[in-house]
Every structure is written in structure tokens, then in C-alpha cells.
Design a protein around this ligand. Structure first.
Ligand code: PLP
Length: 402
């Protein structure tokens, strides 16, 4: 039987999809996630640290006791209560009525964007930012108002204030408070306070992406911006980095008055957050071991971070720069200008079977392109392979710089 080819090129696509292209970088990163590659690339948590046993028990208990766990269903009120308790650990007081459960932080950002942003509207974000955020906003073709990020104190709040003073009226400001992806930096307490003040003064909401908020490695950090204001800060949280991304469960904390509209937007998107996942996460949290699990994650990731930092110190050229991240899963390295990190990645995959993400992947048109920067992930690589991997990468860098 002969197959009739679909006239794909004749199907008219929405205008904005012209922008969607699978870049060379994406192709290389697909190769980078194959077995046999030592990957410092993706932001994956360590699979060997997932609480599989406890989670298996929670899942079995849910399935044994409640057939509706496999049914469509309203969001779990018990899970919302557990989220209220988790938020209290982060120093945030909130109520169940202010919580919308989501299929992860990515969906949280997406639903809030849908709620706030008109086509062609303005938004404020950092020049170097989380790539998933850029994907969310692309269909709206917004006007991007870009601000720089300080390597030790985070988003340049003066630049945000200047934009607003000059008359910009963005739909929102997007930022990450703890363990910025990709820069690794956490916002200083003073900047958290000032950004909230600026947002309130100019009546612009902040989308606070706190995907890494529970993964800190020094003293407990100051609370997120949501602790400072419950009207203008729209908080995004997730279980992905602490329990497992495959659960696809997260949450947002917003003013109660926004929940009805957000619920409709959520329903249009995927009807429910997977009922089984919600109930299993809830049963896991109710079993009461999450605090010790978080403490274990912080210990393990801090050890991997420190191993990577020591190796960078030992092997990387002295004119390379990085900061010690106090939270999150990434170290951002600036190499000498002679290095094109995308070209370096190609060689690193081909010759050493090592992967990382070139800084360029996180740049935004019109902003800093970070050509000679790279993002290194330290969570998803076995501790004993980190030093060797950094040593081999450093040799390639020295060869390029020579
Ligand atoms: C900053 C940031 N926000 C959101 C997400 C999406 O997380 P989730 O798996 O909860 O959708 C990620 C994932 O890497 C992230 O790094």
C-alpha cells in the first residue's frame, strides 16, 4: 500500500511559530543526553537520590485505598495543606485558598503568563535567563525589557526601577530568587526587598520562580519575595527538583481573587494535574520524612558542588571566572573571550564525550550573548567522575586558548 505524504509544508502555521527552530545547539544537546556521555549539561536532579522506596509505599497506599486516584478529580485539598506547611519552611505564610496546584513550575509560569500578558505586551526579565521561560512567552511576541544580573547579588533592581520610571508598564517582572538558572546566583536580601517595593510602587506583578528554593547549601537563605508581599508577588514552586520531575506536580501561590480565572486557564490547558501524582505526593509528605530528605539532598549536592569548585580551581585557566553558588544546581563559568563555548561543546562531545551548556543558549536577542560562558550542572554527575570530567574539559579549553 503506498503512503500518501502529508503536505506539511502546505499547512499554514501560526505566525509566531516561524521563530521555532531546532538549533544546532539543541541537536548537540540531544546527543549529549545519550548514554556514555559525562553530562554537566542538563539541570536534572540526581536519580539515585529520588526517594523511590518511600514514594513507592505512598503510591501503593493510595492505589490500595482509593480508586478515585485514577479518576478525574478536583485539586487535592490535603496536598494544598501540605504545600502551606512547605511554604512555612521557606518563611512564607499563605493559605490553601491562595494555592493552585500545577503540573510543575513550567506550567505555573505558563498559566501566569497567560493570565497577565497580552500579545505584544511588555515584560521585564534578565538578559540571561531560564530558557523555559523564553519558550513560554514566545507565542505572545512580547517586547522584552532586559536588565543585567550582578554575579553576586542577582537582578539589577536599579535597572528595573529606571525602566519603570521611564514609563515602561510591563505585564510582569520575571525572576529567580534562589539558585538562578543558569547563573547560579541568589538575590541579596536587600534586592528582594527593593524589587518588591519597586513592584508595589509601579503596580507591576513579579513572577517569582522559586524552583530551587529548597536546595541551599550554606546558612538558610532569606525568605523569597512572596514573604514580603502577598499581592504583587506571584510565587511559583515545584516538587521536580526535590522529589522528582516525572511526578509533574508543582504549585503557585497567588492572591485568592486570581484563583478562579487561573483555574479556568489551567483546565483549558490540561484539565487536572495528574490525580494519582497529587495523591501520592500528598501521602509521601504526610508520612513526614520530607525534612530529612531535603537535608540529605542539600548535603549530597553541596558535596558535588564543592568537588566541582575544587576541580575548577585546580584545572581551569586562571583567567576563567566563576562564583560559588549558595543554592541551586549550577555553576556559571566565564572563559577568556577567545573561547566560543558552542564550538567548545562540539569538540568536547566528539573528543572527550563531555557535555555542558554554552552560555549563548540562555541569551535573549538584544541582550548579552555570553558566547564565552558555560553553565555546568553539578547534581546529575556521579561525585567520583566530576574531577576527571573538569580536568578533561580544562585541557580542551587550554588548547583553544593556546
Ligand atoms: C528556573 C526553572 N523554572 C522552572 C523549571 C521547570 O520545572 P518543572 O519541572 O517544575 O516544570 C525549571 C526546570 O529546570 C527551572 O530551572
Amino acid at each position: 500500500m503506498s503512503q500518501v505524504a502529508l503536505p506539511a509544508e502546505e499547512i499554514l502555521l501560526a505566525d509566531w511559530t516561524q521563530e521555532i527552530k531546532r538549533s544546532d545547539l539543541q541537536k548537540m544537546l540531544a546527543v549529549a543526553s545519550r548514554p556514555g556521555i559525562l553530562s554537566f549539561a542538563l539541570g536534572l536532579p540526581a536519580a539515585e537520590l529520588f526517594p523511590t522506596e518511600a514514594y513507592g509505599q505512598a503510591m501503593a497506599q493510595v492505589l490500595a485505598n482509593d480508586r478515585r486516584a485514577l479518576q478525574y478529580g478536583p485539586p487535592s485539598e490535603s496536598l494544598k495543606s501540605q504545600v502551606v506547611e512547605l511554604m512555612a519552611i521557606r518563611g512564607v505564610t499563605c493559605r490553601k485558598e491562595q494555592i493552585l496546584l500545577t503540573a510543575g513550575a513550567q506550567q505555573g509560569i505558563s498559566l501566569l503568563t497567560r493570565l497577565l500578558l497580552n500579545n505584544g505586551g511588555q515584560i521585564v526579565t534578565e538578559e540571561i535567563t531560564y530558557t523555559g521561560f523564553r519558550q513560554v512567552i514566545e507565542p505572545y511576541q512580547p517586547e522584552m525589557l532586559l536588565v543585567p544580573t550582578n554575579a553576586t547579588t542577582g537582578m539589577d533592581v536599579d535597572a528595573v526601577e529606571w525602566l519603570l520610571k521611564e514609563g515602561a508598564r510591563p505585564a510582569f517582572i520575571y525572576g529567580m530568587t534562589e539558585g538562578h538558572n543558569p547563573l547560579g546566583v541568589s538575590m541579596s536580601e536587600e534586592k528582594r526587598r527593593r524589587l518588591v517595593e519597586v513592584a508595589k510602587e509601579y503596580r507591576v506583578p513579579i513572577i517569582e520562580d522559586d524552583a530551587y528554593g529548597f536546595l541551599y547549601y550554606e546558612n538558610k537563605p532569606p525568605p523569597p519575595m512572596r514573604a514580603l508581599d502577598e499581592s504583587w508577588v506571584l510565587y511559583v514552586g515545584t516538587f521536580s527538583k526535590i522529589l522528582g520531575p516525572a511526578l509533574r506536580v508543582g504549585w503557585i501561590v497567588v492572591p485568592e481573587s486570581l484563583i478562579p480565572k487561573l483555574s479556568v486557564i489551567k483546565e483549558a490547558s490540561d484539565i487536572d494535574t495528574a490525580t494519582l501524582s497529587q495523591r501520592a505526593v500528598c501521602a509521601y509528605l504526610e508520612a513526614g520524612d520530607v525534612q530529612s530528605h531535603l537535608a540529605m539532598l542539600r548535603r549530597e549536592y553541596a558535596a558535588r558542588r564543592d568537588t566541582m569548585l575544587r576541580a575548577l580551581e585546580k584545572y581551569f585557566p586562571s583567567n576563567a571566572h566563576w562564583q560559588k553558588p549558595t543554592s541551586g544546581l549550577f555553576i556559571w563559568v566565564s572563559l577568556p573571550e577567545a573561547v566560543d563555548a558552542t564550538a567548545l561543546l562540539r569538540v568536547a562531545i566528539e573528543t572527550e564525550r563531555i557535555a555542558f551548556i554554552p552560555g549563548q543558549a540562555f541569551g535573549t536577542a538584544g541582550g548579552f550573548q555570553a558566547i564565552s560562558c558555560l553553565r555546568l550542572n553539578f547534581s546529575n554527575c556521579p561525585q567520583e567522575q566530576i574531577e576527571d570530567g573538569i580536568d578533561r574539559l580544562a585541557r580542551l579549553i587550554r588548547a583553544v586558548c593556546a
